[in-house]
Design a protein around this ligand. Structure first.
Ligand code: XMP
Length: 513
């Protein structure tokens, strides 16, 4: 394992990512990690970039014990400046910030870090720079603007580079990271998803032991389904999945999830129909944030109550709560902010742990989303489910604008169903990141047959995005939109008009509420 120490750069997680592409396992921890408390010995250490200045009073610094491990060390950007600061304080603010592409000139091609790397484009993002060579180091690469673009210690395998090899704009960056991990650290290239399944099942069995029971909520989405399938593979029916039907799920969702999880995947699932309870609590509420809060709190309440009803046959207590936390959530919660760590509680089930005195089990916490999908496919979960669009926790409640009632939810979910069905038929589902229908709280005049109608409006949304932070609307063919609009108005009572949302994010958000 390679240890990545995170100094807070927006690119830090990409370092782990790139190494995994070469089947090398890496773990990221905050830069303040005490080496004596690590509990394992890394094969090598990478110190990431970061937004701070090493010479600032409150700047984060690495535990000097990293140098006692005797393993190769690579400092990237801030990580390199940290090396320089420790070895002679040769860091100052550059005259101008360097941001964007730059040309790398490799001075020493025989150095194992630069094997197979010639002069190429690298990505820079820094304000501070080295103003001299740190004590005991020599230069092995320069760039147009950085005379100390790559440095190495005269006798120890300690390297520093000013650019970011983890971003794809650094054309040879991946090779450099691999060179570091393989040539210098001799890290094993055996991290595969098949191995992961095997190791994770063993880990779960050891952790849970021969008798304890585990409970977990499923939503019908990819993360909770994959996590549940993995648990089932490990401990069979000692894993209890619960689907809470909150009355604002997609059309026929509870039945569909039951069929897929129970019949298809052999998961021990209980479906709780709490729709009346949720809809009663949502009565009269129009504020989006209030809707979210009510749904989140009611969910915790229902889940706790129903968990009480699940009494394992052998009188065992439920001891663990399964959560489908992914690696990006973990990174967010360990990220270094200021001189101390901030720990964020994940999602809306955080409260369950304290109230129910359960221990947490997170089998996906090492994985990125696309790795979870790959894992799902290996576990025999259908392509359709594995590539399903995300669906928000508050569900259709935030897609019925204004008050949420049973009849309004019914209109919204029927329109949504038709829309998604047509998207699938047109072969567009996998090209779109998320699509759904919203029911607007306005009435509009229409004419059907010889009758004047006065009914509501459906807004269709479809977006393309990689991270959901920014998004573009999907450019459907006009004929496609025409067909969907016609089907919705003809088949869904209560709708007189259909519109298509052509706003990107920003300035709009993906959801309408
Ligand atoms: P926005 O509307 O913020 O949506 O641009 C970005 C992504 O987040 C989803 N979303 C939610 N997911 N609970 C969730 O679990 C929520 O309250 C929530 N609000 C938005 C949205 O569907 C999109 O994928």
């Amino acid at each position: 394992t390679i240890l990545v120490l995170d100094f807070g750069s927006q690119y830090s997680h990409l370092i782990t990512r790139r190494l995994r592409e070469f089947n090398i396992y890496a773990e990221m921890l905050p830069c303040t990690q005490k080496i004596s408390e690590l509990g394992w010995t890394p094969k090598g250490i990478i110190m990431s970039g970061g937004p701070y200045s090493v010479y600032a009073e409150d700047a984060p610094h690495v535990d000097h014990d990293v140098f006692k491990l005797g393993v190769p060390i690579l400092g990237i950007c801030y990580g390199m400046q940290e090396l320089a600061w420790i070895n002679g304080k040769q860091v100052h603010r550059g005259e101008k910030r360097e941001y964007g592409p730059s040309k790398l000139h490799v001075l020493d091609n025989t150095n194992p870090l630069f094997e197979g790397i010639d002069n190429s484009t690298v990505w820079m993002s820094h304000g501070d720079k080295l103003n001299g060579l740190p004590t005991g180091f020599k230069v092995i690469a320069i760039s147009d603007n950085s005379p100390f673009c790559g440095i190495v210690h005269e006798s120890d395998p300690i390297y520093g580079i000013q650019f970011h090899p983890e971003v794809t704009h650094s054309t040879m960056g991946k090779v450099l990271l691999k060179n570091f991990a393989v040539n210098l650290c001799h890290a094993a290239q055996n991290w595969t998803m098949e191995n992961f399944i095997e190791k994770e099942i063993t880990r779960i069995r050891e952790l849970v032991g021969p008798t304890a029971e585990v409970i977990g909520a499923v939503s019908g989405g990819v993360d909770s389904t994959v996590a549940s399938k993995l648990m089932t593979e490990a401990i069979g029916d000692r894993f209890h999945a619960i689907l809470v039907d909150n009355g604002v799920l997609r059309l026929n969702e509870a039945a569909t999830v039951k069929k897929t999880l129970v019949d298809g995947l052999g998961i021990n699932l209980t479906v709780i129909d709490a729709s009346e309870e949720f809809l009663t609590k949502l009565k009269g509420v129009t504020d989006p944030e209030k809707k979210r809060k009510i749904i989140g709190n009611t969910f915790i309440h229902v889940f706790e109550r129903e968990a009480e009803n699940i009494k394992p046959k052998d009188g065992q207590e439920i001891q663990y709560l399964l959560q489908g936390t992914l690696y990006p959530d973990v990174i967010e919660s360990i990220s270094f902010k200021g001189p101390s760590q901030t720990i964020k509680t994940h999602h809306n089930v955080g409260g369950l742990l304290e109230d129910m005195k359960l221990k947490l089990i997170e089998p996906l916490r090492e994985l990125f989303k696309d790795e979870v999908r790959h894992l799902g496919e290996l576990l025999g979960i259908s392509h359709e489910l594995v590539w399903r669009h995300p669906f928000p926790g508050p569900g259709i409640a935030i897609r019925v604008l204004g008050e949420v009632t049973k009849s309004q939810v019914e209109i919204a979910r029927k329109a949504d169903y038709i829309y998604i069905e047509e998207i699938r038929k047109a072969g567009l589902y996998d090209k779109i990141s998320q699509a759904f229908a919203c029911l607007l709280p306005v009435k509009s005049v229409g004419v059907m047959g010889d009758q004047r109608t006065y009914e509501q409006v459906i807004a269709l949304r479809a977006i393309e995005t990689t991270d959901f932070m920014t998004a573009d609307w999907y450019p459907f063919e006009h004929s496609f939109l025409k067909n969907v609009a016609s089907r919705i108005v003809n088949e869904v009572d209560g709708v007189a008009r259909v519109t298509y949302d052509i706003t990107s994010k920003p300035p709009a958000t993906v959801e309408w509420e």
